[in-house]
Structures are given as C-alpha cells and as structure tokens.
Write a protein that binds this ligand. Structure first.
Ligand SMILES: [Fe+2]
Ligand SMILES: [Fe+2]
Length: 399
C-alpha cells in the first residue's frame, strides 16, 4: 500500500492525545513502509484520507477527496534562491532581528520555567521576523549563527537551530507559510529544558550518566509542556520530541529509525548537532565550522538523512562564514561572505599577506572575481592558533 496520509479523519492524527503517546507521521508524508502503517494503527487511527493522485489506491475503504488541514502545496512550492535582498543590507537588519527575538525568547522560556504560559503572539512575531530575514537573504542570517552565547534556557541556541533548519527546509522546497510554522516550532525545540533542574542544565562540566539521562528527558518534557499549551501545532510536538532521534535508531527518546522520523525532525537534528559542535563548552573548545560540517557529512545516511545533509552543506557552503582559510598565495583570512553560486569561492577577509605580514585591518579578496590571480583556498586552519577576533574581522569586512 502506498498512500498519502495527511490527516486522520476528524483530525485524529493531530490531536495531542494521540501524539502524546506515539510519534505520528507528519502531514503530507508519503507512506512507504510497513513500520509507518504499524505506527498509525498503534496510534488508534481507524481510517486515513488517501490522496489517490499521489500513489496506488487501496482496495479497502473509500478514498475521500476532502480538503485537509495541512495543504500538500506547502512542500511543493519552491522559493527562488532565498536571496531577495543584498547580503550586506540584510546582515545589518538580521543582527538587530536576532537580538530582538533572542531577548523575547529568553523571557518567554524563563516564564515557562516558573510555571507561566507562553506569549504566543510574541513567539509568532519572532518566528515571522526570522523567517522574513531568512527569506530575504539566507546567507546573512546563517552567517549570524556563528555568534554563540550561553544563556540558561539556550535561547540563542534555539534561534541558531531555527535559522539553519529554515535554511535547509527552504532549500528542500517548503513555502513561506510552512516556513513560518516550522520556525515557530523550531524556536521551541528545546522547550523541555525549562523542566530540567537548573543544576543539571547549567552544569559547566561533562554530565554524569544520571545527569545525562535527566538532560535527555528534555525531549519528553518538551512534549508534556507543549501538550498543555493552547494552540500547539503538530510540528511543535514532532520537533520537540524528535530532534535528537537519529536515522540509525541510536538517538533518543524513542530510538526511531529512518523515515519513522519526520523530515522536520531530521532537519532539526542536523542543525542542532551543528550548533552544538560549533559552540564552546567548559570541557571542549568550539569546533571550527568547516570541520563540524565534515563531521556531519561523515554521518550522512548513518545518523542523518543524506539528502538533507547535501542541502545543509550546499546552504552553509563548504567554508561557512567565520572559517579561517589559507590561499594558494599563503595569504590567510576569514571567510566573511559566502558565494551562493560557488561555495568554493567565498569572499575572504585576509589579515596575513603573502609576505607573512599581519594586517590589523583585513583586506577583502573576492575569490569569484579575481581575474588577475585566480586565487584558491588550499587549507582550512584552526582559529585557536591565531590571536584574532573572528567576529571583529567579519564586521570590518562586511560593515
Ligand atoms: Fe535538544
Ligand atoms: Fe537543541
């Protein structure tokens, strides 16, 4: 049987009651395995809507040509390139946007931690601001994810994960309306951390096994917090519960495998690991973005969906903003601006000249527009070996 299951009749598939106990398929997901069918049956669904235009009809039951709550069109429409506004122009707005949304989210998560409720209007407004900026110029917002900050409920991390997930999802072809829904849900992906004891959540060192166990519970805590929240969406439940699941079944909390994990859960998992790897902790330095990208790529089709990893690498570029690179002339610089047309040729803010002289004010080399020398990146370096402020360098290059 191959059918397009969108919603259970009478909306059963999306009800918190069923989603609380069993992770369901997302709307519009094509059924391709017996496991998916089993999970739907286990969720107590007696019937589903089959869109016969998407696959084989079923002998049993009646195909109902009904409008559904989550339109299939959401994933069909592709947005053009994601770059409506020039990089530098959007970067200035994106910086301000990220700051505003971060402060709102910090406040909202803090309220939930003390038993308050979420200001949905503010959350939706924040998600809209981020979505609009990513739609204007995906590179500008993605570049800002390199800015890390540790706050109690990881609001900054939640925004970074939202930006990267959105960027991948847009490359995957979702439309603007779905992008907004996805952004709202991803901002809340770690909402369960508000229920993890602070001494565990803020422990500076590595976790003991029992602490790790408690920390991992944030996925199920998240589901419980959302369950009580008015206006909860299916996407919120899915992402909060599934963002630590891995394709090979070695994730948590439910050891889901392959397409048992919703595509949005699979996207968020990639973004989440990338932001964690590139963040410094007391017990580990931040991994440079290029190497974090490599780590994720190595786990393509093992922990992470291969197609989504390809989109992720394409979106971030081979040398994400902030990467320290050496050119074939021995000049050394920081990747200051990506090149969406050729990810091997970003703009590099060089601070070490070919004569090994250090420059306090970097000079910009556009590798895509270098007809005289046609310079190339030959090596990625570890910034910890250079006494430079990467963010300051980028700012000096991009204004
Ligand atoms: Fe998480
Ligand atoms: Fe996270």
């Amino acid at each position: 049987m191959e059918a397009d299951v969108r919603e259970a009749t009478k909306g059963k598939a999306a009800t918190p009651d069923s989603a609380k106990n069993v992770l369901l398929l997302g709307s519009g997901v094509l059924i391709t395995s017996e496991t998916q069918i089993r999970r739907l049956k286990e969720a107590g669904l007696n019937d589903v809507t089959i869109d016969t235009s998407k696959g084989k009809d079923s002998d049993a039951g009646v195909a109902v040509q009904q409008p559904v709550a989550v339109p299939q069109e959401r994933r069909k429409k592709s947005l053009p390139g994601g770059r409506k506004v020039e990089y530098k122009e959007e970067l200035k707005k994106a910086r301000a946007t990220k700051e505003v949304v971060k402060n709102q989210l910090k406040e909202a998560l803090g309220d939930i931690a003390i038993g308050g409720s979420m200001d949905r209007k503010k959350l939706d407004a924040g998600a809209k601001l981020i979505t609009t900026s990513v739609l204007n110029n995906v590179d500008a917002m993605v570049g800002l994810t390199r800015l890390k900050e540790h706050d109690p409920y990881t609001a900054n991390h939640c925004i970074n994960v939202t930006i990267i997930t959105l960027a991948v999802a847009l490359a995957d072809g979702i439309d603007e309306e779905t992008a907004q829904i996805l952004a709202t849900a991803t901002l809340l992906h770690d909402i369960g951390k508000t229920k993890v004891p602070l001494e565990v959540l803020n422990k500076p060192g590595r976790f003991e096994p029992h602490e790790l166990n408690e920390m991992r519970k944030h996925t199920t805590y998240g589901r419980d917090v959302l369950y009580d929240m008015p206006g909860v969406t299916e996407e919120m439940m899915l992402i909060a519960t599934q963002h630590h699941e891995m394709l090979n079944g070695k994730g948590y909390p439910n050891n889901l495998m392959g397409d048992e994990i919703h595509r949005f859960g699979q996207m968020t998992a990639i973004a989440d690991v990338y932001d964690a790897l590139t963040s410094a902790r007391v017990y580990k330095p931040a991994m440079p973005p290029h190497f974090a990208l490599g780590r994720i790529y190595q786990n393509k089709n093992i922990e992470f969906n291969g197609d989504l990893v390809d989109l992720f690498v394409k979106t971030l570029g081979l040398y994400p903003v902030g990467s320290l690179v050496q050119l074939d002339t021995n000049e050394v610089g920081v990747v200051a601006e990506p090149n969406p047309d050729n990810f091997r040729q970003p703009k590099v803010g060089c601070f070490i000249t070919r004569y090994k002289k250090f420059r306090q004010f970097p000079y910009l080399v556009d590798l895509a527009n270098d007809p005289q020398e046609n310079r190339k990146i030959v090596k990625v370096l570890n910034p910890s070996k250079y006494k430079i402020d990467v963010d300051k360098m980028i700012k000096m290059c991009t204004g």
